[in-house]
Structure formats: C-alpha cells, structure tokens
Design a protein around this ligand. Structure first.
Ligand SMILES: O=C(O)C(=O)C[C@]1(C(=O)O)C=C[C@@H](O)C=C1
Length: 118
C-alpha cells in the first residue's frame, strides 16, 4: 500500500482546470458587482432611499429566470442565487445607512467608491 495520492485521470484534471477558471471569473464578477452596489448603498443613504427595492428585485428575478431558461440553467437555482446575493447587498446598504444616520455623513462618497476608495 502506498501513501501517494491516486493519480487524477486526465479528463478529470482538464475539467477541474475549467471549473477553476470559471470559479475565478465568478469571484471577479462578484467583486465588481459588490463595488457597484457599494456605490448604490452610498447613494441611497445620501438620498434617504430605503435599502431594498422589491419592485426592482421582482424585475431582476423575472429577467434572470428567463435568461437561465435560455441558458439551460435551472431558473429556481438562478432565483435562489440572486436572492442570496441581494440579501447580502441589503445588509451592506443597511450598515451604510446606519453609519450615515450616526455620523451625519457616509465616510465615502459614491464617487470615491467608483474608483475603489470606499
Ligand atoms: O438596485 C438597487 O436599488 C439596489 O440596491 C441593488 C440591489 C441588487 O443587489 O441588485 C439590491 C437591493 C435592492 O432590493 C435591489 C437591487
């Protein structure tokens, strides 16, 4: 019996490299999305708008479900994935609004956030 790890079959290794590339792209895409929503949170706090917008979310869900269907992705999964992200965004918006309420101003402007200074 050897302690060496079992060799990974070439097809599995190739597919895992593709998966790793896709996961990296997802991380970068999510980072960009959160940079944009950070600016939205600052704007909403400055304009005294509520953190969540159920009408906007309903439109996003309808659009993503249709896109998912066209792309052969389970629309239920697409909806859950969006809800997971939006829930986190709303938590961020609430924290920014609280900060704004306590200090009288948000620590960064939406413009600062757009160039990565937030
Ligand atoms: O578009 C907005 O108003 C946002 O705050 C962004 C966002 C999103 O992450 O897409 C988050 C919360 C809202 O309920 C709707 C959408």
């Amino acid at each position: 019996m050897s302690d060496l790890p079992a060799p990974v079959p070439p097809d599995l290794a190739r597919l895992r490299r593709t998966i790793d590339n896709i996961d990296a792209a997802l991380v970068h895409l999510l980072a960009e999305r959160f940079k944009a929503t950070q600016q939205v949170g600052l704007l909403k706090a400055q304009l005294d708008l509520p953190p969540s917008d159920p009408g906007r979310e309903a439109a996003q869900v309808a659009r993503l479900r249709a896109l998912a269907q066209d792309a052969d992705l389970d629309p239920v999964f697409a909806e859950k994935f969006l809800a997971f992200i939006v829930e986190e965004v709303i938590r961020h918006h609430e924290a920014i609004a609280q900060d704004h309420a306590h200090t009288g101003s948000t620590q960064a402007t939406a413009q600062d956030a757009s160039v990565g200074h937030a």
